[in-house]
Design a protein around this ligand. Structure first.
Ligand SMILES: N[C@@H](CCC[C@H](N)C(=O)O)C(=O)O
Length: 281
């Protein structure tokens, strides 16, 4: 099976081309592919399939040719992956599978159709305006932190840290606790601190994330959008540009009442053949 490896600010993916939806992808195969010792290693898998050929996307086939079939490293499915959409688009354009029209390209995801803009360095995606849905607390290493629940197509809990706690000190080797009644399908938890001014941005924050189904990752695009929405709200704004620094680099999020553009690098680093039968499934 042919594969490509790519990442967006260190959030890395195995990309599997399957245009006609013939591959029998299972949670066990995905988890084995993402295994960093016995497989290729990644935070998730992006299967590249025509929307018309996948049951979860056939309803979008009139609006988008390609469906990002996203899987977390543990083999679970997720509705959205912001960095995934950007890396997926890099794969489509590099391989001549899609051409933006008037600068934008529609892409089907489980959370609906998103619009992507592809540049030579950066790729930006509009995930739509994040919806702030309520509050919850996260528990991490004996700390209880208040947070804001945000829907970016997938669920997030954004926890600003009190001044007394330093971002690097958090132990994210274990999943933070949360209320399953608030997040019945699990949640991605972001921890945030403010940072100094950055040219071109209204706000600047530092973020770490523990992703549902993947553990701590170097970056989460939808998480950056959730964090930007909360940072703007807390600053009394409904729109603006937020620079979100994650362990893997910088994402720039531009929010208004209707849209949330997530921009950053998207890089393909390797391609090759994987013997699926040899994986530890
Ligand atoms: N890293 C992604 C989010 C991937 C899905 C997430 N783990 C979930 O289960 O919702 C991003 O860049 O948005």
């Amino acid at each position: 099976m042919h594969f490509t490896k790519g990442h967006g600010t260190g959030n890395d993916f195995v990309i599997l081309p399957d245009p006609d939806g013939r591959l029998e992808l299972t949670p066990a195969i995905v988890a084995a592919l993402c295994d960093r010792r016995r497989g290729i290693g990644a935070d998730g898998v992006l299967r590249v399939v025509r929307a018309a050929k996948h049951p979860d996307a056939v309803g979008y086939a009139d609006a988008a040719e390609w469906f990002m079939d996203y899987w977390n490293a543990d083999g679970s499915l997720a509705e959205m992956c912001g960095n995934g959409t950007r890396v997926f688009t890099r794969y489509l354009t590099v391989n001549g599978l899609a051409e933006p029209v008037d600068g934008t390209l529609p892409l089907a995801t489980r959370a609906g159709v998103v619009q992507v803009r592809a540049g030579a360095e950066e790729i930006a995606v509009d995930l739509g305006a994040p919806r702030i849905t309520g509050r919850d607390v996260a528990t991490v290493g004996g700390l209880t932190l208040a947070g804001t629940a945000v829907d970016c197509g997938n669920p997030h809990l954004v926890c600003p840290l009190p001044n007394s706690i330093e971002l690097p000190s958090l132990d994210l080797t274990k999943a933070p606790g949360f209320d399953p009644a608030v997040f019945p399908t699990g949640v991605n938890v972001e921890f945030v601190t403010p940072a100094g001014p950055v040219e071109g941005a209204d706000l600047h924050v530092l973020m770490r994330v523990h992703e549902r189904g993947s553990g701590e990752t170097l970056s989460c695009g939808s998480g950056a959008c959730a964090v930007a929405a909360v940072a703007l709200r807390d600053a009394g704004r409904t729109a603006g540009v937020v620079a979100v620094d994650v362990p893997g680099g910088r994402l720039t999020v531009t929010v208004d009442e209707r849209s949330c553009w997530l921009a950053g690098p998207a890089v393909l680093v390797a391609h090759g053949e994987i013997n699926l039968a040899a994986l530890a499934v």
